[in-house]
Write a protein that binds this ligand. Structure first.
Ligand code: F6R
Length: 608
């Protein structure tokens, strides 16, 4: 949800800002802008459309000389995507320039206040209000001005700010939206996320709530919300710079799908050692896990689909009841959370605002929070009592794939660990499951070999208008994700149903030629799935089934089958998603869609 960058150092700022913004385009891509300070003035270039429009407009930054600047790639919230609504926003005096990620909730009130003071506004954005407010608070001391202005803002913000009269410094401040400072040699940076900076530095500072940083070429000072200096720990990021590049693949999404075997290896290997589970929980004790009488899993989108798989694992292995809630609902539903509740929060980015607020809600009600997060040091990771990182590396494509798979694998491991703590699984069975889980990367790599077959199937059905996904039990959870993957990148209307539910209404939509993707990996209910397949076929549907290798009944009933390797049934969710991700990818490819940046979406949803 909007990406911001900033640079101060010896290099030409504008080309570097454009290059770093490119790595953040996944956060928003309806418009972009940069500004630099040069010869005593702030010079701005901004444009509606993809970053390439701005690149052309500025001749790759050549038209904006200067060695300090800030930049922004936008996902519109207030005001349509347009040149004038693009960031950076300048105060009317030309003193202050601001880039912003988040939402200033009291912007109308502030707008009235500033109007009374004689300010006028060029755009419809909340960000312009922030720029004018900082200008209004400025009496020669930029830090003081920003601190005062920020104390008047409600909502969420990560701000990068330039002052014309202080051409040697960027000020950065954040609340509820992510912001990092990159430490270079004789140059420094700000960015919303790590991939933007990997090419330049891997030493970063993460700003905490309300922390304010003054970034100069020769150093960075950080202050807390009261203005006291803070000593920040430098975090060294291990990610390989190549991890944020396409590496020869046509799209990040395909690269990330194909990386899954390796990601599962990286995620699982450090957690399964000599037959023992090493989750390294510091604050959530085995005693807490024994005492817990219910679990809430809160997350958004695909991460909430992982929650449904996790529910299957945890209830099966521990018999503790699990409730999976959308984070945006959980926050407002007055959930019956008690100190005996464990809340599991799942998030790739670790910055999804609804999920972060749901986490705070659970904590405020006395629940311990365990998070499963990909981005190290992100807000959700920081605010949880314990975090398990998924080690999937940077995920750039807007549609999640490898992070989803890593989350599922971690959930299985968490369920096994809970079962061990609660004594609900015999040791022999635990060892069998751990051995199976250790073999998952190899099985995932076999599942990926079906790539060509899936591409062929996609070539048969990419023209469909509607596609239904059905499954029972845990297959329904996978159907939810398969359907979301398809619709978000191919724009084909799709819905996922528990297969038994279809005949309670939706089957009326099935007509000759409707494609139904039927997940048949859950053994105990396979025969019932066969009946559901027959029901839709009787109404003219074409059925594309998904089943473990060697499932003759499915093969005889469906029109086509996507196979996954036969494995321990608890690994089926991890394997079944792979063909569905590939199917979505190839359908979208054949339709000529912008796969890595689907319309209207952004990777990191840092607004409500
Ligand atoms: C879909 C997708 C989204 C995210 C959701 C939560 O492909 O990626 O549905 O899963 O926005 O994001 P995180 O996991 O960052 O909290």
């Amino acid at each position: 949800m909007c990406g911001i960058v900033g640079y101060v150092g010896p290099q030409a700022a504008a080309p570097l800002l454009l290059e770093t913004l490119q790595k953040l385009e996944y956060r928003g891509y309806d418009s972009s802008g940069i500004c630099v300070i040069h010869q005593g003035a702030i010079q701005v270039a901004k444009a509606r459309g993809r970053l390439r429009v701005l690149q052309e407009l500025t001749r790759n930054g050549q038209s904006l000389p200067g060695s300090i600047g800030i930049g922004h790639t936008r996902w519109a919230t207030h005001g349509e995507p347009s040149d004038v609504n693009s960031h950076p926003h300048l105060s009317q005096s030309g003193q202050v320039a601001v880039v912003h990620n988040g939402i200033v909730e009291n912007y109308l009130e502030l707008r009235d206040f500033l109007s009374e003071k004689g300010y006028t506004f060029a755009s419809e954005t909340d960000t312009e209000i922030a720029a004018q407010l900082i200008d209004h608070c400025y009496h020669g001391d930029p830090v003081q001005a920003v601190r005062e202005a920020v104390s008047l803002l409600t909502g969420s913000f990560a701000l990068g700010i330039l002052f014309r009269d202080h051409p040697d410094q960027i000020i950065a401040v954040r609340k509820d939206s992510p912001l990092i400072v990159g430490l270079g040699k004789g140059e420094n940076f700000i960015a919303s996320d790590i991939p933007a900076l990997l090419k330049h530095t891997r030493d970063i500072l993460r700003l905490d709530e309300y922390e304010l940083a003054v970034i100069r070429q020769d150093g960075v000072q950080v202050f807390d919300r009261y203005g006291d200096p803070v000593e920040k720990e430098v975090q060294h990021v291990d990610w390989d710079p190549g991890a944020a590049e396409k590496g020869g693949y046509a799209h990040f999404m395909l690269k990330e799908i194909m990386e899954q075997a390796e990601v599962l290896r990286d995620t699982l290997r450090p957690r399964i050692k000599d037959g023992a589970i090493c989750l390294d929980l510091k604050h959530i004790t085995p005693e807490d896990l024994r005492a817990c009488d219910r679990i809430y899993i809160v997350a958004c989108g695909s991460a909430s689909h992982v929650g449904h798989v996790a529910r299957y694992y945890i209830e099966k292995l521990t018999r503790v009841p699990v409730f999976v809630e959308l984070a945006s609902e959980f926050r407002y539903m007055d959930p019956p959370v008690t100190p005996h509740t464990l809340t599991i929060v799942i998030s790739q980015s670790g910055e999804t605002l609804d999920t972060l607020f749901a986490l705070r809600e659970a904590k405020a009600r006395g629940s311990k929070v365990l998070s499963i997060v990909n981005v190290v040091g992100s807000s959700i990771a920081n605010e949880s009592q314990d975090v398990i990182y998924t080690w999937a590396g940077p995920e750039i494509a807007v549609a999640t794939t490898k992070a989803y798979s890593a989350q599922v694998a971690i959930c299985y491991l968490v369920a096994l660990y809970m079962a061990q703590c609660r004594g609900t699984l015999p040791e022999t069975r635990l060892q069998e499951d751990l051995a199976a889980l250790s073999g998952l990367p190899e099985l995932a790599s076999r599942a990926l070999q079906a790539q060509d077959h899936i591409q062929y199937l996609a070539s048969l059905y990419f023209g469909c208008k509607d596609i239904f996904f059905i499954g029972r039990n845990v297959d329904w959870a996978i159907a939810l994700e398969g359907s979301l993957k398809l619709k978000e990148i191919s724009y084909i209307h799709s819905e996922a149903y528990a297969a038994g539910e279809l005949k309670h209404g939706t089957i009326s939509l099935v007509e000759p030629g409707t494609l139904v993707v039927a997940l048949c990996t859950y053994g105990p209910l396979q025969e019932k799935m066969i009946s559901n397949i027959r029901e839709v076929k009787a109404r003219g549907a074409i059925v594309l089934a998904l089943a473990p290798e060697g499932t003759p009944l499915v093969e005889e009933t469906a029109d086509h089958v996507m196979y996954i390797p036969r494995a321990n049934p608890l690994l089926n969710p991890s394997l079944a998603i792979i063909p569905l991700q590939l199917f979505a990818y190839y359908v979208a490819l054949l339709k000529g869609c912008d796969i890595d940046k689907p319309r209207n979406l952004a990777k990191s949803v840092t607004v409500e």
